[in-house]
Design a protein around this ligand. Structure first.
Ligand SMILES: Cc1ncc(COP(=O)(O)O)c(C=O)c1O
Length: 390
């Protein structure tokens, strides 16, 4: 018994808090004390949810649609999601392959339970979204971090994955576009990894939460290349619904039954109101709002990446999606946490240290989120210029 408790305590100790939360907390304290802070730490669109979605939620409330829904979500929404894959990716899904979840976070929880067993090794890129390695720790499994840098455009190659695989590896988890780097896996690289992973007998999960928020013509879904892959996506980012806690997963036919059982047990259903509201996200007028927001993000990316690079930060030339610039601070500091602390305390600019996202070169990087207005981005750059060149 004591051993069991020690074992689970050991797993829990590996789950670390986000440093970005400390940054946010401190930024809020400084604001309370009357300082103007430029927020570039938060991975959340600054736009509020599009009005047609809010109106649809009000209508759903007035109609009293407040009960649990079926565990995999309401049929209409799952059909909209299938239609979305057909239109965007030319992929035909069986509606039962789609399960609506409480955010991508709920989807990742379900998929971790579905795909990962105690003692498994899961290949992940480093840097990556921090929760992912914690989900793997919570399953008593081992995140096998694959260091990626500017040379690989911050995404793993098949060769790198093969180099880090061991005899207990059972899966590969990818994200395209990536948080914190905004870089994508193109069709060739995605296809190579999918084939290699299938041949090795690994399960494959791709986090596509930043799909839609991409600034290149072509962004393939893994489902175009591999019908046995697992996908997680969300209404949080492109659809601007972070607080509604709504996402979805796509599982292969063979996993439908188990995924449903897990959904029933883990959360019963996603929020009913959020699901009815999200139906409006697929209407043309709402899509037009998303597209104009995507354009605004693109302009911000162009401005911020250029300005940071001119200031001497090392910046990838191909930030193809999401709303982040993952910048090398080697010219200014060898300690990202101290750098972020000083920039916030002395210059009122909140950014996230690279150490939040992994072990590889995190101290040499910081993440800027362009989830704030162009005016604030300009002010942030003015302040950084004064800090670094003053
Ligand atoms: C890569 C990635 N996956 C998943 C999530 C979780 O998103 P959600 O709000 O849908 O739970 C995030 C949130 O920032 C993310 O960046």
């Amino acid at each position: 018994m004591a051993n069991r408790q020690q074992q689970s305590a050991k797993q829990l100790q590996k789950v670390n808090p986000f440093r970005v939360m400390t940054v946010m907390h401190r930024a809020a304290e400084l604001e309370e004390a009357g300082r103007k802070i430029v927020h570039m730490e938060v991975g959340e669109p600054d736009f509020t949810t599009a009005q047609p979605i809010i109106d649809a939620a009000k209508l759903a409330l007035d109609k009293g649609l407040t009960q649990y829904t079926a565990a995999p979500g309401i049929t209409e929404l799952r059909e909209c999601i299938c239609e979305h894959y057909q239109q965007q990716h030319g992929v035909t899904l069986n509606r039962d392959q789609v399960l609506v979840t409480p955010g991508a976070s709920g989807g990742l929880t379900l998929l971790a339970n579905l795909l990962v067993e105690h003692g498994d090794g899961i290949l992940l890129s480093d840097p990556a979204y921090p929760c992912v390695r914690n989900f793997i720790h919570l399953m008593g499994a081992v995140p096998q971090l694959v260091p990626v840098g500017l040379a690989e455009n911050f995404q793993p190659t098949m060769e790198l994955l093969a180099k880090h695989a061991t005899d207990f590896t059972s899966g590969v988890w990818l994200a395209s576009p990536s948080n914190p780097t905004g870089t994508i896996l193109d069709r060739t690289r995605l296809g190579e990894i999918a084939n290699w992973s299938k041949q090795a007998g690994y399960s494959l999960l791709v986090d596509e939460i930043y799909h839609g928020l991409h600034y290149v013509q072509e962004l393939p879904s893994i489902l175009e290349l591999d019908s046995s892959a697992h996908v997680v996506n969300s209404f949080s980012k492109y659809f601007g619904m972070t607080g509604w806690r709504l996402g979805w997963i796509v599982v292969p036919e063979s996993a439908i039954e188990m995924a449903n059982i897990l959904a029933q047990n883990l959360y019963i259903s996603a929020s009913s109101i959020a699901q009815y509201a999200a139906l409006a996200a697929f209407e043309p007028e709402t899509q037009a709002i998303f597209e104009s927001r995507r354009e605004a993000f693109k302009q911000r990316r162009d401005f911020l990446a250029t300005a940071l690079s001119q200031l001497g930060f090392g910046v990838s030339e191909s930030i193809e999606g999401a709303f982040y610039v993952y910048a090398n601070i080697g010219k200014f500091s060898d300690d990202a946490e101290a750098f972020c602390h000083d920039i916030l305390e002395q210059h009122g600019v909140a950014i996230t240290p690279g150490t939040d996202f992994g072990e590889h070169d995190g101290k040499a990087h910081v993440r800027f989120a362009f989830t704030t207005s162009m005016d604030d981005l300009k002010l942030g750059i003015e302040r950084l210029t004064a800090a670094l060149q003053g």
